[in-house]
Design a protein around this ligand. Structure first.
Ligand code: SAM
Length: 300
């Protein structure tokens, strides 16, 4: 595990960050937000909440962090970048949520995001709330608020790493929530599932999947008893053949314990060499919502 920065659990290939996959993710998301708000506009009994759990600074480049250091992005690239937060406030037809929550553990990123968003004309027509807090704790606050049955929430969870604990997601069960989640299938989870079956990051894996070690081993490894030349028995452990697909299958199965509908074929986001980095998955209790999300994923 020499090239894995496990302090943040993020270390993407040099050519991957800020590449076309970011655009693909954000375009799909914006298309969904527009449809979502167009429908919710006709249902005024619901107050709408936008919850961005990993809001960032609104810029593509974050020179101070390790992740961004390796990037060589031009000033122009940086200036034209519109992150999720800005897109949500500049939708066509001026559609807006009633409340916008922007969560990030990095206070200085949030301050920059706030300054950027407050320059937008729409910022005065709605409520913008910036919380410097861990997304997991904020998800619990959100789940609590949604229990009142007054709010419909659209939740974007797009971390680079495995920061989202399963427990935080499970808390949204039974709420009016539509969720887009970026799952770091290829870029991280697969790399923590060592081919040898040795699992030094098992705690991260169990909190991420919401499964016990035994279940994780059963999903991703096969154990066979072998006899050697001398008739001695030994165990041979092999990793499943298509682990990234299996990661997604297991995660989807977990999501289905919380929401009625989950995209079975999530959007795969590849690096420039065509290797899968992330999957963007959608979950909802609403049949129309899942249909819209599937159509968007098919086209993008
Ligand atoms: C992928 S960026 C966000 C991209 C942004 N949504 C956009 O569209 O441009 C990741 C952000 O997550 C923040 N972050 C990392 N761990 C976090 C956590 N546990 N809770 C909340 N924010 C976190 C980082 O500080 C960073 O600003």
């Amino acid at each position: 595990m020499t090239n894995l920065d496990h302090s943040s659990m993020v270390n993407e290939p040099d050519d991957s960050w800020g590449g076309p996959w970011t655009e693909k993710k954000l375009n799909a998301f914006s298309a969904y937000v527009w449809s979502y708000l167009s429908i919710l506009k006709t249902q005024p009994q619901w107050k709408t909440i936008y919850f961005d759990g990993f809001a960032g600074s609104g810029a593509r480049k974050e020179p101070k962090t390790e992740e961004y250091k390796q990037l060589s992005i031009t000033e122009e690239d940086e200036n034209i970048y519109k992150g999720a937060a800005e897109r949500v406030l500049t939708l066509k037809d001026d559609l807006l949520f009633d409340w916008h929550y922007f969560i990030d553990t990095n206070t200085s990123s949030l301050t920059r995001l706030e300054a950027k968003l407050k320059k937008l004309p729409n910022s005065e027509k709605t409520k913008l709330i910036f919380r410097s807090k861990d997304c997991n704790a904020s998800l619990q606050d959100l789940a609590q608020a949604l229990k009142s049955n007054k709010y419909a929430a659209l939740v974007l969870l797009d971390p680079f790493g495995m920061q989202i604990n399963w427990k935080s997601i499970a808390g949204l069960k039974g709420t009016r929530s539509d969720v887009w989640i970026l799952v770091p299938t290829g870029v991280i989870v697969n790399r923590l599932l060592f081919r040898s079956g040795n699992l030094p990051y098992i705690d991260k894996l169990t909190s991420f999947f919401g499964l016990a070690e035994e279940e994780i081993r059963k999903e991703f490894y096969k154990t066979e008893q072998r006899l050697d030349l001398f008739g001695d028995e030994s165990e041979e452990i092999t990793k499943v053949i298509k682990p990234i697909n299996q990661i997604m299958r297991v995660y989807i199965r977990q999501l289905k314990t919380v929401w009625k509908f989950v995209t079975e074929d999530p959007m795969r986001l590849d690096n420039t060499k065509g290797r899968p980095l992330f999957h963007l998955v959608f979950a909802s209790n609403n049949a129309t919502a899942i249909k819209i999300a599937k159509d968007i994923i098919k086209v993008k």
